[in-house]
Design a protein around this ligand. Structure first.
Ligand code: PLP
Length: 391
């Protein structure tokens, strides 16, 4: 492949690797910003010869640099990453690894779109999900004992309730039962949590969130260090073709360069806001893993190097929700998360409407729950905005 001649050497630190992603790729012009290869097809030097790029569904230089950057960032050499058109396209590819009759244990309070994928797309084909409280290793152990499961799919922390699964313990259990451990690492990213090092087999991302980080692109990724899984994902990526275009790959690549900086500021803002929210009279419950009394705090302290920038909180009176959502002036009332702009979301209606009402009620995704994705703005501006609408 021509790429190898111009690869950025892997530096020791993640920050350096990300900041210089693609900066040495173009040996001809010396372009520091990775060029956007808007080419669907590539000229062959001769019969049976290839530059390494033939057709952009199979491989495109801008996407290849994004994938190479993600793979090394997640887990180092030997790891492979595959970019997809969205997080759900990435999860869809992962679920296609399974066959009719296969059962997968799944975090019960996960993103509503992933729930919809399991229930509305894969269940009719005979791939079934059993929803488990994956914050409890005992519950996962019992679920494995209850019958053959081919995999466990964890969202850590979960969306929107921020429950935390012990990835190391669950991956160990899964291995003992001959099952795969699949982790949606969207909320913390490889900057904070490295599921493959903890024993997971495969990681998925909605790259739309922290990896892109600017609310300007939708994308996804699958990353694995298991060669046989990588081969199958590579096949699926090309065969089903849910790839990002070169412009989207470039936006994601540019976003990645500042991920460590963004996340650090977002986390500091989130910690301050979460602590402040716990003292507000209008608020009945705050869920942020960085609070010492959060049930997942101790586990995340062991398996991650930070707590992320997502907060869920309940207000005492459901009737106040419309005024809060209409009244915010710094927070933006919008779904999604992970960008530099702070967003406020009403999960029961926006992100989790596809989860059955009785499940939502049991889990606590109710009409008093709000979710914050904390951005990089001045924390006092954010606090004052919430203070005003909660008053
Ligand atoms: C944890 C998680 N995984 C996956 C997805 C789906 O990603 P996308 O919207 O990029 O398809 C989302 C979207 O919100 C998410 O929050």
């Amino acid at each position: 492949m021509t790429t190898s001649r111009h690869k950025t050497p892997k530096p020791v630190k993640l920050e350096t690797w990300l900041a210089q992603a693609g900066a040495r790729w173009d040996g001809q012009t010396g372009a520091v910003s990775m060029p956007v290869y808007h080419s669907s097809t590539f000229r062959h030097p001769g019969l049976g010869q290839s530059t390494g790029f033939d057709y952009s569904r199979s491989a495109n230089p801008t996407r290849s640099v994004l994938e190479e950057t993600l793979a090394l960032a997640e887990n180092g050499p030997g790891t492979r990453a595959f970019a997809f058109a969205s997080g759900l396209a990435a999860i869809d590819a992962v679920l296609r690894l399974f066959h009719p009759g296969d059962r997968i244990l799944v975090t019960e309070d996960l993103y509503g779109g992933t729930f919809r994928l399991f229930e509305k797309l894969f269940r009719p084909y005979g791939i079934t999900a059993t929803y488990v409280d994956t914050a409890s290793v005992t519950a996962v152990r019992q679920a494995f004992k209850a019958g053959d499961a081919k995999a466990v799919f964890l969202e850590v922390p979960s969306n929107p309730l921020l429950n935390v699964a012990d990835i190391r313990a669950i991956a160990k259990l899964a291995r003992r039962h001959g099952a795969l451990t699949l982790v949606d690492n969207t909320f913390l990213t490889f900057c904070r949590q490295r599921p493959l090092e903890l024993g997971a087999d495969l990681v998925v991302y909605s790259a739309t969130k922290y990896l892109g980080g600017h609310d300007d692109v939708v994308g996804g990724a699958v990353i694995t260090h298991r060669p046989e899984l990588a081969e199958r994902i590579a096949f699926l990526q090309n065969a089903a073709g849910a790839i990002p275009g070169p412009q989207d790959a470039w936006l994601l690549l540019r976003g990645l360069k500042t991920l460590p900086l963004r996340l650090a500021k977002q986390e500091a803002n989130a910690q301050a806001l979460a602590e402040w929210l716990t003292r507000q009279a209008a608020v009945s419950r705050v869920s942020y893993p960085g609070l010492p009394d959060h049930p997942g705090h101790a586990i995340l302290k062991q398996q991650a190097s930070g707590f992320g920038a997502m907060i869920a909180f309940e207000v005492k009176e459901a009737a106040r929700i419309p005024a809060i959502l209409a009244g915010v002036k710094v927070f933006l009332f919008a779904e999604s998360l992970g960008g530099v702009e702070s967003l406020i979301t009403f999960p029961a209606v926006q992100t989790h409407a596809d989860v059955a009402l009785e499940i939502r009620d049991r889990l606590g995704i109710n009409d008093r729950l709000l979710r914050l994705s904390v951005g990089i703005e001045d924390v006092d501006d954010l606090r004052r905005d919430l203070e005003r609408v909660l008053a």
